[in-house]
Design a protein around this ligand. Structure first.
Ligand code: NDP
Length: 244
């Protein structure tokens, strides 16, 4: 690649699934990607791979449940590059179980990662974008932000909440763009951890059968980023054709 990177893009939860696919797509598009997650070995390997392919990438350990960790992730990139153009609030966890199973630690974890993590990203990035008079915050919602299913009540609650946040951010913004990308079943590691094992296995099977590749979501994110600063793609809801 000979031309300089076009945008500085920060991606939370870039060590697998949608975040990883987004890093690949955006680096291939010529953007600089700053990758965050807890599994830094994965991030380091991905950065090596992206650089070997001519891309511009960096990584930093990130735990989105910590406001300080998110602030350091965002300010570190801002200090290095003098600006941040896009924050993709993607990190998320899903632990499926019925409410009466009272897996309260997992409720807290979903709230802390999916909702508080998104808020931490907004808190860190929005002032910098406002000061510059431009920027773009992309939130990964879900089809679970539009419909509640048994065993997914808490996960859906967090996704309804981030959808509300994204809409509020849109209404309050005249300079910073806001995009909510809400996928249905997508191939990733989301169903590999947490929740009731039997319910998790059923979700995994459904995702394997009906899911779309994570690269499809990355393509939607790339589309929103590629629009001119004067055009804000507010909401993308997408599912595999098979999911219906
Ligand atoms: P993955 O499990 O593959 O990826 C989740 C990512 O989140 C990982 O990179 C993980 O990194 C990161 N993460 C989890 N906890 C934290 C934390 N505390 N701090 C920082 N990063 C964290 O699943 P997906 O790619 O599917 O998930 C990405 C987003 O897409 C989530 O918000 C999810 O809710 C959403 N989504 C997924 C759908 C699907 O069917 N797959 C459908 C709709 C929405 P690490 O563990 O290394 O920290």
């Amino acid at each position: 690649m000979t031309s300089p990177p076009t945008k500085i893009v920060l991606i939370t939860g870039a060590s697998s699934g949608i975040g990883e696919a987004t890093a690949r797509r955006l680096a291939a598009d010529g953007h600089h990607v700053m990758l965050g997650a807890r599994r830094v070995d994965r991030l380091a390997a991905l950065v090596d791979e992206l650089r070997a392919a001519g891309g511009s990438a960096d990584h930093q350990e990130l735990d989105v449940t910590s406001r300080d960790s998110v602030a350091a992730f965002v300010s570190g990139a801002h200090d290095r590059h003098g600006r941040i153009d896009v924050l993709v609030n993607n990190a998320g966890v899903m632990a499926l179980s019925t409410l009466d199973a009272l897996r309260t630690d997992e409720w807290d974890q979903m709230i802390d990662v999916n909702l508080r993590g998104t808020l931490h990203g907004i808190a860190a990035a929005l002032p910098l974008m406002r000061a510059r008079g431009k920027g773009h915050i992309i939130t990964i919602g879900s089809s679970a932000a539009y419909r509640v299913d048994p065993t997914a009540a808490v996960y859906c609650a967090t996704k309804y909440a981030v959808r509300a946040l994204a809409e509020g951010l849109r209404q309050e913004s005249r300079d910073v763009r806001m995009t909510l990308v809400s996928p249905g079943y997508t191939h990733s590691e989301l169903t590999e951890r947490g929740g009731d094992p039997q319910i998790r296995a059923a979700a995994r099977a459904a995702s394997d059968e009906l899911g779309m590749p994570a690269s499809a979501v990355a393509d939607a994110i790339a589309y929103a980023i590629a629009q001119p600063d004067t055009v804000d793609v507010n909401e993308i809801v997408m599912r595999s054709t098979a999911q219906g």
